[in-house]
Write a protein that binds this ligand. Structure first.
Ligand code: PHE
Ligand code: NA
Length: 509
């Protein structure tokens, strides 16, 4: 093409943006909740195993996929998969794998973000509520439900992240996304460290046997007994969290990696951003919500692992701190806001790139269209304060489709592209040598692990009765998923068959 493809302006900007992509509500909200609900120290064991066998190897695969795609002018997964798959199958067959990949990535980036941005909106609202002391002296559970029933307030605070997302995507990769990340990510770390220090030094303000140290002990003391009693449930939750937290199986790591300059390191960069995410998750994320809730609210509240930890339980803690609690409450919700926003922009940009590169719509117009898409898809979430629609989307999109896409990562980028090609691609310009051990893990253990995870989750959903549910809002969520999957398949098919028309035609026997 005539115009040079966009690229990250600086190395630090790339690293902070990729860290921003991965570090999200998953680190500070989802992780503590799962950790607490799944036995604390029992959860950590399968969590670290999944990090080593699933998370880090797939991170390398996705970075390599993305940078390779970028060389061909692609920032979306469908065309990237096409290029890789045709290494060992005929173009028309490669197209099938590409359509599957593009379809899933499209549905994750549209639907997951459609509710995720709402949660970011709640954090915006709660930053204001904390600063003004709005939840002081009231029942925080009712307060939360009153908030999500307040359609006007929900809409206004939802527009805050939405407009910022639009501005960043409109300005482009280096001037928009990178610039925002360079401000928000350092602030995020400062807030997280302040909160972690406050949490750990809080002592025993309520009862001598409730303390933040008891909370830390709960999460860091390896608990094999609880693990063996609930082996499947805990292991599935831990592996699912690895996918979610590293932003794997979404297409967005590949999209960001597609803006890495040719011949720039990806091997060390991938490892660095995964490490930054894990530091933010297990060290910072683990040292805020759980220890502080343990000290103020006790083990029962912590172990319940309720969704309300961030929005219902912690406000009580801030209230108990008195006036200074307003400060800590505000930085807690701002921390969540920055964490969430810097992830949501990756999904927003995926769709902007899709319009720009697959469908040849100018980036600025594309940024407007994506705004309208999220506005439309987010409306049913705002209109359902029971969060039934939201939860059903999360069951399928936030916990299932991404794992399925992870399987296709391996099938296409490892098996079909061929492990040796992948290794060569990964090491182009690399600042480290990735141990060959991981190549063999990727060929065998990783896909096996993913298949077990998919089967296990299916059985778990069946046992929970998720398949049998028929609430109209649940049906509505399922219809939305199916429509978006179909649209994603059509979009990918059109994009690839247009660009690679000649070689696809030649292949027609
Ligand atoms: N890795 C993100 C997190 O931990 C997941 C995510 C990315 C969610 C992008 C939404 C959008 O929160
Ligand atoms: Na994360």
């Amino acid at each position: 093409s005539l115009k040079e493809r966009e690229a990250w302006a600086t190395k630090i900007g790339l690293i902070l943006s990729m860290a921003g992509n991965a570090i999200g509500l998953g680190n500070f909200w989802r992780f503590p909740r799962l950790l607490a609900a799944n036995g604390g120290g029992a959860f950590m064991i399968p969590y670290f195993i999944a990090l080593l066998l699933l998370g880090i190897p797939l991170m390398w695969v996705e970075w390599a996929t993305g940078r390779l795609g970028g060389k061909y002018g692609h920032g979306t997964l469908g065309p990237m998969f096409y290029i890789m798959a045709r290494e060992s199958v005929k173009p028309r067959k490669a197209l099938i794998f590409a359509v599957i990949g593009g379809m899933i990535a499209f549905s994750v980036t549209t639907l997951l973000n459609s509710y995720y941005i709402h949660v970011i909106g709640w954090t915006a609202a709660y930053s204001i509520y904390s600063a003004t002391g709005a939840y002081y002296g009231v029942d925080t559970v009712n307060f939360f439900f009153d908030h999500i029933k307040n359609f006007q307030m929900v809409m206004v605070t939802w527009l805050i992240p939405m407009i910022l997302l639009f501005i960043a995507a409109f300005r482009g990769v280096s001037k928009g996304i990178e610039a925002f990340n360079k401000v928000m990510m350092p602030l995020l770390y400062v807030f997280a460290v302040l909160l972690a220090i406050r949490s750990i030094t809080i002592g025993s303000p309520v009862r001598p046997d409730w303390s933040s140290f008891a909370g830390l002990n709960y999460i860091w003391k390896p608990d094999f007994e609880t693990l063996s009693k609930n082996f499947w449930v805990i292991s599935l939750a831990a592996a699912g969290q690895i996918f979610f937290t590293l932003s794997l199986g979404m297409g967005i790591i590949q999209n960001y990696a597609s803006y890495v300059r040719k011949g720039d390191d990806i091997a060390l960069s991938a490892l660095t951003t995964a490490s930054l995410n894990e530091f933010a998750e297990v060290i910072l994320g683990g040292s805020i919500a759980i220890p502080i809730a343990y000290a103020y609210l006790g083990p029962d509240v912590v172990r319940s692992g309720s969704l309300g930890l961030a929005f219902m339980a912690l406000p009580n803690v801030f209230t108990s701190m008195g006036e200074v609690g307003r400060f800590f409450g505000t930085i807690w919700f701002l921390l969540l806001f920055f964490a969430g926003w810097t992830s949501a922009i990756a999904m927003y940009n995926y769709l902007t790139a899709l319009l720009e590169e697959d469908l040849k719509i100018n980036r600025k117009i594309g940024a407007v269209l994506v705004f309208l898409i999220y506005l439309m898809l987010g409306l049913p979430v705002a209109l359902d304060p029971t969060l039934t629609y939201f939860a059903e989307l999360d069951n399928w999109v936030g916990s299932y489709l991404l794992v399925l896409l992870g399987l296709f990562d391996v099938i296409v980028a490892v098996w079909l592209f061929k492990p040796n090609n992948l290794w060569k691609e990964l090491h182009e310009g690399a600042l480290i040598k990735v141990p060959t051990f991981f190549k063999y893990v990727l060929m065998t253990l990783t896909p096996l692990y993913i298949i077990i995870l998919l089967i296990g989750t299916t059985i778990d959903y069946y046992n929970q009765g998720i398949f049998a549910q028929s609430d109209p809002l649940i049906v509505q969520a399922r219809i939305a998923i199916i429509i978006i999957l179909i649209l994603g398949a059509i979009e990918t098919y059109l994009a690839i068959s247009r660009k690679y028309r000649e070689e696809l035609a030649k292949n027609q026997v």
